[in-house]
Design a binder for this molecule. Sequence first.
Ligand SMILES: Nc1nc2c(c(=O)[nH]1)N[C@H]1C(S)=C(S)[C@@H](COP(=O)(O)O)O[C@H]1N2
Ligand SMILES: [Mo]
Length: 404
Amino acid sequence: MNEGEYDERRLNDFAAGRARGFSRRDLLLLTAAAGVGAATGASPAAAAAPIVKPLPPELFKVHGTNAETRWSALKDQGYYVPVDRFFVRNHTSTPIIDPATWSLEVSGSGLRGGAEHFSLSDLKRLPDETHAIAVECAGNGRGYFSLQQGQTVSGTAWGLGAVGVARWRGVRLSTVLRRAGLSRHAVDVQPSGLDANFVSGGVDLGPVRRPFPLRKALDDVLLAYEMNGEPLLPDHGAPVRVLVPGWVGIASIKWVGRIEVSAEPLFSPWNTQFYRLFGPEFPAEGLPFDRQVIKSAFELDPGATFPSGITTRLTGRSWSANGPIRKVEVSTDGGATWRRARPYGATPGGVWQRWELDWTPVAGEHVLLARATDVRGNTQPDVARFNTLGYLFGAAVRVPVTAV
Ligand SMILES: Nc1nc2c(c(=O)[nH]1)N[C@H]1C(S)=C(S)[C@@H](COP(=O)(O)O)O[C@H]1N2
Ligand SMILES: [Mo]
């Protein structure tokens, strides 16, 4: 079963009321109480110190409990985003978990027997793998729905900095599930976090969790305990987080405490109420989605200034969840003309492509755009599809700069 079929089946299950975990009825009750997508307030605990690591303003822009990477902070960095500037997206706040007493419970109707528990040292004794994987928030670029398209959407008004690529080391989820005694009836897998329950519109939605199909779980999902060669930091899910390559960041559950393996389809608010496309173009129940779209960013901050008459090297990165980048085009005149950017650097895992282009601006205001195409032929449109929660902003972003 491919991801498209999975989404379609689960859409039908959900619409027909065959939903365990979070049903259409739950959603309707919540909608009546608060309105879908409206007022997604964090729990009171989040008020304290949602993020533990330092967030210097030259590296991050803070949005409530979240912090996005400033693209200027990636200039002259390597392929991987250093942990000191990797974005953080917390529904509440970063919990501090003792790795010595932490354990992972694997349980549910999709196992042959009862629950199994794994300590951190149990996981470290299993065969390890290291992979380059992107984490990107489904709402990355959301701010451009209003800035660029004049549309009102709810949620964190990210620029393009809610994405990062790191080198993650850990154990394959498939290894752990097989050890736990996977049954041939298993269909869905759902990790949940040990951070505080998420409260939205006064309703406790429980721990942060989102299901994916067994097929994905057995394919390339990683349980990581190391990021860029160091133990995970608390903000990125210590002691162990899930990484679901290509999928929306919410699938990559941090501070994982339990993994449910189910013989029936699973649902959670994070694939029914949130992280679903709502709006006039979509079905009433919303359209499910899992993968990120293709995007590009310049390694500079909007509003940057350059010396006029002098050649500047513009740099940036492009990435797609559907395969390596084939070409990147850049416009320095608001989209009137385009030039090919030069790709450079190694691309482990083909997760993103760094590129550069020389530009000699005349004095005045300019609008830069970058537009990428991946090996499957996906490219960035001029306009992103409106949806009320502002997900998947994949249009080429207009970046105003000044030459003086
Ligand atoms: N337990 C838990 N896992 C979580 C979240 C969370 O709030 N709690 N946020 C998710 C979202 S929406 C994103 S985009 C990524 C962000 O990962 P990062 O903070 O390491 O960049 O973590 C995901 N995993
Ligand atoms: Mo996210």
